[in-house]
Design a protein around this ligand. Structure first.
Ligand code: DNO
Length: 364
C-alpha cells in the first residue's frame, strides 16, 4: 500500500508539501490542477511544473485526481469528440511525467454534494454534513451558491465556476438522459480513451457518486457494486478501474464497503482508494463526516483495511475528507490536522493487520 495525501498545488493549498512529507509513512501526493476547466488539455508545461515541485519535496506523484469529464461527453452531444481528443492528449501528457492512475467521475452536472460544509460537532470541531430533507428545500442553483459562499475562499474539487455557470441550461439537457443513455455515453467515452491508457500504462479510476444515490432526478450510475459491475463491463480492460471511496459508497447504507473492496480487489480493478468514515444521523440519508476512527462512525475501518490488505495490497490510498480541528482554517474537508491523524490511524491498522497475517503464517 502506498499512503498518499491530496495536494492542490502551492498557490491553492493551505497545506505545504513539507508538512505532508513530515506525516509518518507518507510516500506521495494525489495531485490536482484545480484551475483547469473540464474539457481543457492539461499541458506538459503545467504538469511538469506541478510534478517537479512534488519531486523536489521528496514525494511521488503517481496519481492525479479530478481530470474532469466535459458535460458534452456525459450528455453525448456531437461536440464530445473534441473533448475526448483533449482527454487523450491529457492522458499522454500525464503519463510522460510518471502518472499511473487518473481519478475522474461520471456524475452529471454536480460532483460531490453536502448541505453544510462546516457543521459544529459537540467537541467543537466541524464536519461536512449532508441532509436529504434539507436538500429537498433547495434548488440545484441554491446549493451551488451555498457551497460557493461557504468554502472559505478556496476552490473545491469538482465545483469549477465555469462548469456551473450554465447550470440551468445543462440541467434541462439532462431531461432526455436516463441511466441507460448515460451508460451508452459512458461506453463511448471509455472506447475513446482506454486504448490510449493501455498504450501509456495508465489506469482510469472512476470515483463514486457522492452521496451514493441519485439527486435532483439526475441519472447516476456509480454508487453500488452492481453499478460498478456495469461500468467495468462497458469496456473490458485492466485500465478500467474504480477509485474506491469508502465514504461515498458508505453513505448508502445498502453498501457493504469491505465486501465491495474484496469484489473489485480480487478482479484487479481497484486503481486507488479514498479512505474515510462517516456517521448517519437519525436517517439513512443524513450523515456527517466523522473522524477516521471506526468507533466514531458507521464504517468498520479495520475490515476495510483488511479487505485492502488481502485483495489489493499494492494500491495507492489516501485519507479522505477530515474534520476541521484545533482551530484550523482551510479548504473544507482538506485541512492538515485531521487528515494527518487519519493517516496515522490507517497506518496503525495496516501494521497490526500485517503483523497478525505474518505471525499466522509462521504458526502454520
Ligand atoms: C471530493 C473528492 C472528489 C473526487 C472527484 C474525482 O472531495 O473526493 O472531488 O476527487 O469526484 O473526480
Amino acid at each position: 500500500m502506498k499512503m498518499t495525501f491530496r495536494w492542490f498545488g502551492s498557490k491553492s493549498d493551505s497545506v505545504s508539501l513539507e508538512q505532508i512529507r513530515q506525516i509518518p509513512g507518507m510516500t506521495g501526493v494525489m495531485g490536482f490542477l484545480d484551475y483547469k476547466p473540464a474539457g481543457d488539455v492539461w499541458t506538459e508545461e503545467e504538469i511538469k511544473k506541478y510534478i517537479d515541485e512534488v519531486h523536489a519535496a521528496g514525494l511521488e506523484c503517481e496519481v492525479i485526481e479530478s481530470v474532469n469529464v466535459h458535460e458534452d461527453i456525459k450528455l453525448g452531444l456531437p461536440t464530445r469528440d473534441k473533448y475526448i481528443e483533449n482527454y487523450r492528449i491529457t492522458i499522454r501528457n500525464l503519463a510522460k511525467y510518471g502518472v499511473k492512475c487518473i481519478v475522474y467521475n461520471f456524475m452529471p452536472v454536480l460532483d460531490w454534494l453536502r448541505t453544510d460544509l462546516a457543521r459544529p460537532n459537540p467537541d467543537g470541531s466541524t464536519s461536512m454534513y449532508y441532509d436529504e430533507a434539507e436538500l429537498g428545500t433547495l434548488s440545484p442553483i441554491d446549493i451551488v451558491k451555498r457551497t460557493a459562499d461557504n468554502c472559505n475562499g478556496f476552490s473545491l474539487p469538482g465545483w469549477e465556476p465555469e462548469r456551473l455557470e450554465d447550470l440551468e441550461k445543462v440541467l434541462k439537457l439532462y431531461e432526455n438522459v436516463d441511466e441507460e443513455k448515460l451508460l451508452e455515453n459512458y461506453r463511448y467515452f471509455l472506447e475513446g480513451i482506454l486504448p490510449t491508457c493501455e498504450e501509456c500504462g495508465v489506469v482510469m479510476a472512476c470515483h463514486p457518486d457522492d452521496p451514493g444515490w441519485q439527486i435532483f432526478g439526475l441519472p447516476r450510475v456509480a454508487h453500488s457494486q452492481e453499478g460498478y459491475d456495469k461500468i467495468i463491463k462497458l469496456y473490458d480492460s485492466p485500465c478500467n478501474t474504480v477509485c474506491l471511496c469508502t465514504g461515498s459508497l458508505g453513505s448508502n447504507v445498502d453498501n457493504d464497503v469491505p465486501s465491495i473492496i474484496r469484489h473489485f480487489g480480487k478482479m484487479g480493478r481497484i486503481g486507488c482508494l479514498h479512505v474515510r468514515n462517516l456517521k448517519h444521523l437519525g436517517s439513512d440519508r443524513c450523515f456527517c463526516e466523522s473522524s477516521h476512527l471506526s468507533s466514531d462512525g458507521d464504517l468498520d475501518m479495520y475490515e476495510i483495511m483488511k479487505a485492502i490488505y488481502e485483495t489489493c495490497p499494492n494500491t495507492y490510498i489516501r485519507p479522505d475528507h477530515g474534520r476541521m480541528i484545533w482551530g484550523e482554517v482551510g479548504r473544507p474537508g482538506y485541512g492538515l490536522y485531521d487528515r494527518a491523524l487519519g493517516v496515522c490511524y490507517l497506518n496503525g491498522l495496516w501494521e497490526a493487520i500485517d503483523k497478525a497475517a505474518k505471525s499466522d503464517t509462521e504458526v502454520k
